[in-house]
Design a protein around this ligand. Sequence first.
Ligand SMILES: Cc1ncc(COP(=O)(O)O)c(C=O)c1O
Length: 435
Amino acid sequence: MTTDLDAYWMPFTANRQFKKAPRLLSKASGMHFWTPEGREVLDGIAGLWCVNAGHARPKIVEAIRAQALELDFAPPFNMAHPKAFELAERLVELTPAGLNKVFYTNSGSESVDTALKMALAYHRVRGEGSRTRLIGRERGYHGVNFGGISVGGMVANRKMFGSLLTGVDHIRHTHDPVRNAFSIGQPQHGAELADDLERLVALHDASTIAAVIVEPVAGSTGVLLPPQGYLERLRAICDKHGILLIFDEVITGFGRTGAPFAAQRFGVTPDLMTVAKGLTNGCVPMGAVFAKQHVHDVFMNGPEHLIEFFHGYTYSGHPLACAAALGTLDTYAEEGLLTRAAEMEAYFADALHSLKGLPHVIDIRNIGLVGGIELAPIDGAPGKRAFDIFLECWERGVLIRTTGDTVALSPPLIIAKTHVDQIVGTLSDALKRAG
Ligand SMILES: Cc1ncc(COP(=O)(O)O)c(C=O)c1O
């Protein structure tokens, strides 16, 4: 049991608050965590949007154990191990048509920076080196590396870190509570917000723009759904101007929206797609970028002994990560988890929307097994209302997550109806108490 909490500088955490009243987790199985004291906590957020098959799944645990015994590491540059290829073949059976090349990373942030670099290099090797501008979206979250925070649109993640990447611009976000509050699934209004890309094309000229990156469903900024027709329109504008479209599917990938990828759920295929989290069920850090064949093929030029893309990580395609990912894909397949969110969506939506009318609830948003409950902020203390609800739910045995004043739910895809009832019932009690 940890005794001294001093040395660890915790990520994305209110360190002083935490260390006064630590929230420790020491065991997990299925839908639950346990604290060191043995208190059971229902996981309403799949760890951190990643433990999609639930915790401590035997196939994954066993795959990691066996791999550690057999091959602990193999250099990924100019060398490889068989499971890296096996996994890539398995993955491209699941991806939307055409996204059939896989580049490995170790996290969502690395996947994003990898995709941005691929987009820039793609245009350059095609002889359109003037396309250097990257376009993100306000309120976007694309991890914490410099590329990701540059195209990202959450001010707290950007303002401390200098001038970021140059040549970046942002389209408007899609959150429109005036027209879309309490929508079930995709909101009706706002497809025209995609036309904001035309505004940036008019301002910068398409010949300077390499790529646009968006989350199909924005998670970390508070669960913002794409309005009906929005992603289709963004795709069409990118095609018209030769701009690559990147979907950041770090949280939507691997079943979260009811299809293997949100691209399939929404019927819009990007040129590049970033994933992480659910790729290994959160067990071993791993990310990946999926590229369209034509993006990859442009690089396959020049003398054959030369490296085509000067990018990669020591741990790209790490044997333990590949083994964990293969065990994860087996578990997803055996239990039908990549489409289970679609089966649970209606029940989950009904339960969430039953919170309408409770104190401070100003909007509820949902798709697949993702839910956002937006609360009115306390005057002068943004984020506090939701954080207090988070603490209250923790005390009552349910782990939720908050971002700003939005409660974000993303439970493991193995969730049963009774778990949905427990999460929503606990939230309801906490909201009533706070009111
Ligand atoms: C859409 C999106 N992109 C990128 C990331 C960053 O992933 P990581 O924390 O693994 O670097 C996240 C993490 O939540 C995310 O939600």
